[in-house]
Design a protein around this ligand. Structure first.
Ligand code: BGC
Length: 733
């Protein structure tokens, strides 16, 4: 990194010298000239490279960089994890921390918290923040966002991703990418495709039908490519239909590059390339993470030897190099990078806003929340998660945080001097060995529970901060079950029995079973892992300084047995193969179909105010095939300002094929002052009505009746109106 910064400085100096020369326009090579098109710059630079130099650009030269072209003063392409901030420096050739003091970053809330905001503009601000810090740290590509669909609540990486719905995940990713790339840093959407579990992630062969692939597992990636114009994409570790994803010509060449017109580069997940031939022909452009020596990587020496022997062509090499150059040039790899910034007040406030807007108020009986700090004298804060920091956990998405405010600290500060706070740990989450090791049996520590109960009994309010940690929500392994792991069920029930003002704050990256106590506590706030400002955000939400507006991006099932993968026994696969038997019935599509009552449905989340919906109008247009204009009013009918996420679901009536009961096709987060009414309008284009027809390999917007459902969650539809699509429309991806 030092050397790259050094070479950039030299470069800056030489450009400066050239600009004072009258012959500047004649000597500046096109590839360095920002006024010419990106295509021209790429072509120009390509012609200047030797085969050796080209090969150096398409495989790793350290854990997170390529070789660069020193002869032309071009530094390496620098990559870094990840979706929640810029990861600490390692290596260069080991995973051990480099032990630097300048590699901290602002801890942004995790991906599922961002998704829970349902606010693509806020996702853009999140992306901008990480982009700024990436510039400061000299990075070209940030390895995120992750958009793999939550197929089972047990996937260890659900916390990094954007939930169970392809449309929501896609729109949130688009916002994030646009924000980040607007700073001159490339995003890398990952992991393409079908990487929906960590168990056997390096080898599992994922099998699903085309319709499921196109309707559930691809759309978020497609949105990232076509709407977000993402500059890079990471192939997944797993196999898809027998071939590793990083060498999978169907996914990479046919769908991504040909059908979707992706112009950027495809990199492997770290160690996800398995052969020279598969990588060359399968559509991989940049091989990362293969064990050294790097010169022997599949796309290094062996590819070069294959070119010399005539097995591969220079065109095949040039295609890959051109894609890498496109990203290198677009991210200031051949000119001077903007300086960037780090840990600014604005970054901190963006982190807090995401944590606040992404927290979901799941229950609030008898208006238990917000706490009235003017009237309360004593609060027991219970739970070891109240006094922990999480930002460094989860493996590749963890970061070395400048700071992280634990919930205990944030709450104690917010409650002020007038409220007596008593803290009790209540439980201790047992250490878990990662990567496939079984979890230890839940340990119920009765002494800790006794102390917590005593504190709760002596206080007016009890706030239990429960949940998981990154031994459970982590890359590399899945959870063994959906239960809280540390006797927390017993703790919550015991505390609720002595204090009727018991509030549960849930810190977890995925749903947990709540059946043992949900009927016994009046209030629950799901906060995920809230990053740097987590404690302040939770404190502001609990005291009403901020009004909750998050909505669940995934269903919270009552129990694991209710989930589709449990029903179909289709997870985690057998004999190395996994058939996605549940097909399209993922998330709410499954619970709706089965008429199963979840603990909390997709799209659900309460506010301290109330909203009323009225005056739905749906108008169809014949232009560009077919489109529907959806318009309605939403009013804040409560006493305080608040934001509502209005959701539009489409339900096909009388289709010739099986269709999900309803599918999310539009949403908007609307901020309303108390008493204010806003008119909301959304456009549904023909794709909102389409299903994928595997036989013809086309999307079909079938003529017929569709119900447009407008609501506050997938199970709280407030307005509905039918519309007729007058004729069938078929189209290719
Ligand atoms: C993860 C990726 C990550 C990469 C580099 C892999 O193990 O799956 O998400 O970007 O490592 O750290």
């Amino acid at each position: 990194m030092n050397s790259s910064r050094g070479s950039r400085c030299l470069l800056a100096a030489s450009i400066f010298c050239l600009t004072v020369s009258p012959t500047f326009s004649q000597v500046i090579p096109s590839f360095r000239d920002p006024s010419v098109s990106l295509d021209t710059r790429v072509k120009d630079l390509l012609t200047r490279l030797t085969t050796e130099e080209k090969l150096g650009l398409i495989h790793g030269a350290s854990k997170f960089s390529t070789a660069g072209v020193p002869r032309l003063g071009i530094g390496p392409l620098w990559m870094s994890d990840g979706p929640h901030g810029v990861r600490e420096e390692i290596g260069p050739d080991t995973w051990n921390a480099a032990g630097r003091t300048d590699d901290f970053s602002t801890a942004m809330p995790v991906g599922i918290c961002l998704a829970s905001t349902w606010d693509p503009d806020l996702a853009a601000a999140d992306g901008r923040t990480i982009g700024q810090e990436a510039l400061w740290r000299g990075k070209n590509i940030m390895l995120g966002p992750g958009v793999n669909i939550m197929r089972t609540p047990l996937n260890g990486r659900n916390f990094e991703y954007m939930g169970e719905d392809p449309y929501l995940a896609g729109q949130m990713a688009v916002g994030f990418i646009q924000g980040q790339q607007g700073e001159g840093v490339a995003s890398c959407v990952k992991h393409f495709a079908g990487n929906n579990q960590e168990i056997q992630r390096n080898s599992i062969d994922v099998q699903m039908d085309d319709r499921t692939l196109y309707e559930i597992y691809l759309p978020a990636f497609k949105a990232a490519v076509q709407q977000g114009h993402v500059l890079s994409l990471m192939g997944a570790y797993n196999k898809f239909r027998g071939t590793y994803c990083c060498e999978n010509s169907l996914l990479l060449n046919s769908i991504l590059k040909k059908d979707w017109g992706f112009q950027g580069l495809v990199m492997s997940d770290w160690g996800g390339a398995h052969s020279t031939d598969g990588s060359v022909r399968g559509g991989l452009d940049l091989e990362m993470g293969t064990e050294g020596p790097y010169g022997k990587n599949y796309l290094a020496g062996p590819f070069g030897a294959g070119i010399a022997a005539g097995t591969y062509s220079i065109d095949q090499l040039d295609e890959k190099v051109s894609r890498v150059l496109r990203v290198l040039i677009a991210t200031h790899g051949v000119d001077v990078k903007p300086a960037g910034s780090y840990n600014t007040r604005q970054h901190q406030m963006t982190a807090r806003k995401v944590a606040e807007d992404g927290s979901v108020l799941l229950k609030n009986d008898r208006a238990t929340l917000p706490l009235n700090t003017a009237k309360i004298h004593s609060v027991a804060i219970i739970g070891s998660n109240a006094n922990q920091k999480f930002a460094s956990g989860g493996m590749s998405s963890g970061i070395k945080a400048f700071y992280e405010v634990p919930i205990l600290e944030g709450l104690t500060r917010e409650l002020g001097d007038k409220v007596t706070v008593t803290y009790a740990a209540g439980y201790r989450i047992p250490r878990r060995m990662r990567r496939g090791q079984p979890s230890p049996a839940p340990v119920v520590d009765h002494d800790l529970i006794r102390q917590a109960v005593a504190a709760a009994r002596a206080s007016e309010f009890a706030i239990i901060v429960a949940g998981l940690n990154h031994d459970y929500d982590t890359e590399g392994s899945d959870r063994p079950n959906m239960k809280l792991p540390a006797g927390e069920d017993e703790l919550i029930a015991a505390v609720a029995a002595v204090n009727k003002h018991t509030v549960v704050v849930m810190v977890s990256g995925s749903p947990v079973e709540m059946g043992a106590w949900i009927g016994k506590v009046p209030a629950v706030l799901q906060t995920w892992y809230g990053g740097a400002e987590s404690g302040n955000a939770v404190a502001r939400l609990l005291t009403g300084a901020a009004n909750p507006s998050g909505k669940l991006p995934c269903t919270f099932p009552k129990r694991l047995e209710d989930t589709p993968t449990s029903h179909f026994k289709s997870y985690p696969g057998a004999n190395g193969v996994e058939h996605y038997e549940e097909g399209l019935k993922v998330g709410y599509r499954w619970y709706d179909d089965q008429k199963l009552e979840p603990e909390f449905p997709f799209g659900f989340g309460l506010s301290y105010t109330t909203f009323a919906y009225s005056n739905l109008d749906v108008t169809g247009y014949q232009e560009h095939g077919f489109a529907a204009h959806v318009q309605f009013d939403v009013a804040n009918t409560g006493k305080i300002d608040g934001a509502e996420v209005v959701q539009v679901y489409v339900s096909a009536k009388g289709s010739s094929v099986w269709r999900p009961v309803q599918e999310l096709k539009g949403f908007k987060k609307v901020l309303l002052a108390r008493g204010q009414t806003a008119s909301v309008s959304l456009l549904l284009d023909f794709s909102a009505f389409a299903y994928y027809d595997s036989a013809s390999q086309m999307w079909v917007s079938e003529k017929g009746e569709y119900e447009i459902r407008v609501g506050s969650s997938s199970r709280d539809i407030r307005l509905q109106k039918s519309i007729n699509v007058p004729q069938t429309l078929r189209y290719h991806d």
